[in-house]
Design a protein around this ligand. Structure first.
Ligand code: COA
Length: 390
């Protein structure tokens, strides 16, 4: 049975900071951020957006009545969840008006969460071919002002409908994965920001890539030349390039050129959004699918997922005939177009705004947030969301 991505949507908050200006403010050469790290703009989440609202906004764009009738499983991948107990999936399920006869859960393994969700979704569809699964990858990446990781923050969500006979991409059955207990990046439950050993994390990302790539080739007999492109989890766009470079020589010069050109296209959205953690790989895939117009049906894409801590996975997908008609290219272009730049001082002020943690009530002004679904406040220890369409 063919199972894979039927639809793919994306949402990022309407505010961003220019990385050249952030560099100047931090007394760093702008080229370090724009070339060395490979980021041009960084999405900033206002206080009226959290991982739940971001995910709901991403899904709202792609879900139609048929999806609503068929989705019986919602899996929310995140590493910036809002509750230790209740899953983000239940909130999104309600905000989208999905049917009650559904399972809903949250899944966590750093930036690997959405990939784990997709693999579980595939198993569910294999048993229930008529059903559809909504997979969400949503995060706000926070390292802190003036920290080493500051230039690799971001915010956004990806939503995917996984189904049988998918319109966009069939995910091939074979997959290669690797787990090892390492401390390259983590966020203790008491901390608002992540702890990261950036250099070690880079090294491990590449090490895990080598492990799963070799394992995958052994399992499948596929070679680098069989790929139109390889998409990577991108905490920042230079990262995937470092991993790709380690295997490029396995291909001919012409193939290397193709892989490098496609890699560049696959990083366009990420370059202007920043790190969105678990949705990052799928944002990269989306960037390539939407920004390269002449991709051939039947083309194979490799996908490298990495979640610190750490789990790595490599798998592949085959582009389906007519895939482009099922993308939301114009909607995503309009979303980027409508974003508003904030100054570094404004970004710092937004970053420092926080929700109460002592149980007090707060009402938020959602009039300045153009998103359809917003966080409107907190009362009785509960977050209150508003869907402006309802
Ligand atoms: N022009 C061009 N490139 C420049 C430059 C300039 N003026 N100045 C520096 N650079 C390059 C460096 O050579 C380096 O390139 P390299 O990585 O290819 O060697 C790059 O910019 C970064 O410089 P570096 O000194 O290593 O930056 P840093 O110490 O500030 O750390 C990160 C950068 C990305 C490691 C750090 O921001 C981080 O840890 N981010 C979090 C990463 C993460 O999320 N990991 C976990 C998830 S996988």
């Amino acid at each position: 049975m063919k199972i894979g991505i039927d639809k793919i949507g994306f949402y990022t908050p309407h505010l961003y900071v220019d990385m050249n200006k952030l560099a100047v403010a931090r007394d760093v050469e702008p080229e370090k951020f724009t070339i060395g790290i490979g980021q041009s703009q960084m999405a900033i989440a206002p206080i009226t957006q959290d991982p739940i609202s971001l995910a709901a906004n991403a899904a709202l764009q792609i879900i139609d009545e048929e999806d609503k009738a068929k989705i019986d499983l919602v899996i929310f991948g995140t590493e910036s969840g809002i509750d230790h107990s209740k899953s983000g999936a239940v909130y999104v399920h309600q905000l989208l008006g999905l049917r009650s006869e559904a399972r809903a859960m949250e899944i966590k393994q750093a930036c690997y969460g959405a990939t784990a969700a997709i693999q579980l979704a595939k198993g569910h569809i294999a048993l229930h071919p008529e059903s559809r699964v909504l997979v969400l990858g949503s995060d706000i990446a926070r390292y802190g002002l003036r920290t080493g990781g500051e230039a690799t923050q971001g915010a956004g969500a990806v939503a995917l409908v996984i189904s049988a006979n998918p319109s966009v991409m069939v995910l091939e059955d074979e997959s290669a994965y690797f787990t090892s207990d390492i401390m390259d990046f983590w966020r203790p439950v008491y901390s608002e920001t992540a702890y990261v050993d950036g250099k070690f994390s880079n090294e491990q990302y590449i090490h895990f890539f080598a492990k799963v790539w070799e394992q995958y080739k052994e399992k499948t007999g596929l070679q680098l030349a069989d790929y139109e492109a390889i998409c990577f989890h991108l905490p920042y766009t230079k990262m995937g390039f470092k991993a790709l470079k380690t295997i490029l020589e396995e291909a001919s010069e012409k193939e290397q050129e193709r892989l490098l050109t496609n890699y560049k296209t696959s990083t366009l959205y990420n370059r202007n959004v920043g790190n969105i953690y678990t949705g990052s790989l799928y944002l990269s895939l989306l960037s390539l699918l939407e920004q390269k117009e002449d991709l051939q049906e039947g083309a194979r894409f490799g996908m490298y997922s990495y979640g610190s801590g750490a789990v790595g996975e490599f798998f592949s997908g085959i582009l389906q005939p007519g895939y482009r008609e099922h993308l939301f290219v114009a909607e995503h272009a309009a979303q980027f177009q409508a974003r508003k730049e904030v100054s570094v001082a404004e970004y710092e002020a937004i970053f420092q705004e926080s929700l109460p943690t002592d149980g007090s009530t707060v009402e938020l002004d959602i009039s300045q947030d153009p998103a359809t679904i917003c966080l409107a406040g907190i009362s009785d220890h509960q977050r209150n969301y508003v869907n402006k369409q309802q």
